[in-house]
Design a protein around this ligand. Structure first.
Ligand SMILES: [Zn+2]
Length: 269
């Protein structure tokens, strides 16, 4: 990274009254969270996109839960990396100084929270929340396996013996309704309240930092022009140049775990 980009970024950062950060899969990948994308990204013979969908759920909710049970098991064994910690520490310094800081994440694994981030806007929901299909209530749930029936299931191996889970084996709400993962699936709308919280964090910010995502998908794609409108500095940290690099004022190429700790080692001025 060039010294001038770094200086430009840090001089804006230390004076920023309002910071917005958008994070994506790249941040989690450095902690060992599988992205289920691209080569080798299959779970059994399925693309993640074909399991994280309302159609898949209608076809076979047990299979979808088996996939999410596996993801929860994997996430449980993963720890936040230095990038997560650097963001949480930046947030703490900014809040302590009475300044605004909003972390918006596309990740569902809970690693930002584990690192100490206080109230990230989770655009895609959480692996650790479930939603009742009957009464609609959303609750924290850290059970692994999700129900005893799922113990030992979920191997991503395509040769793993397929077993079909019955309706009686699915996780249930106290009201008797079936619970589903409280995550946003392909083809589903994001929660209005999350969209509003994200927009409120980005609107009028002095600095928008995009980390580990190309931010080309709605609604993230809208954040860059939204921040630019008010003159924010737009910064990107990604392992390789992305579709939004051209829109950014400063671009840092590399892993967020390697770059963020020193880049964000700034106190409010
Ligand atoms: Zn219920």
């Amino acid at each position: 990274m060039s010294e001038t980009s770094r200086e430009r970024f840090q001089s804006t950062l230390c004076r920023a009254r309002k910071i917005a950060v958008l994070t994506g899969a790249g941040v989690s990948a450095e902690s060992g969270i599988p992205t289920f994308r691209g080569a080798g990204g299959l779970w059994r013979r399925y693309e993640a996109t074909s399991l994280a969908s309302p159609e898949a759920w209608r076809r076979d909710p047990g299979l979808v839960w088996e996939f999410y049970n596996h993801r929860r098991e994997r996430a449980l064994g993963c720890a936040p990396n230095p990038g997560h910690h650097a963001l949480a520490q930046l947030e703490a310094r900014w809040r302590e100084a009475g300044r605004a800081f909003t972390l918006i994440t596309q990740n569902i694994d809970g690693l930002h929270e584990k690192a100490g981030s206080r109230s990230p806007v989770r655009l895609h929901g959480s692996l650790w929340q479930v939603r009742c299909l009957s009464c609609g209530s959303v609750t924290e749930n850290r059970d692994v396996p999700i129900t005893p029936a799922f113990a030992g299931s979920g191997s991503p191996d395509p040769e793993a013996p397929a077993r079909r889970f019955t309706a009686a084996e699915l996780p249930r709400c106290g009201c008797g309704g079936v619970l589903r993962p409280h995550v946003v699936w392909f083809g589903e709308a994001l929660q209005e309240s999350d969209l509003a919280a994200a927009a409120a964090g980005v609107e009028g910010c002095d600095l928008l930092l995009v980390v580990g995502t190309s931010a080309v998908v709605y609604p993230a794609a809208g954040f860059v022009p939204m921040a630019k409108r008010h003159g924010a500095l737009i910064a990107e940290v990604n392992v390789e140049p992305s579709a939004i690099s051209g829109l950014c004022d400063v671009v840092f190429t590399g892993g967020s775990g390697a770059i963020l700790p020193s880049l964000l080692d700034v106190t409010p001025a």
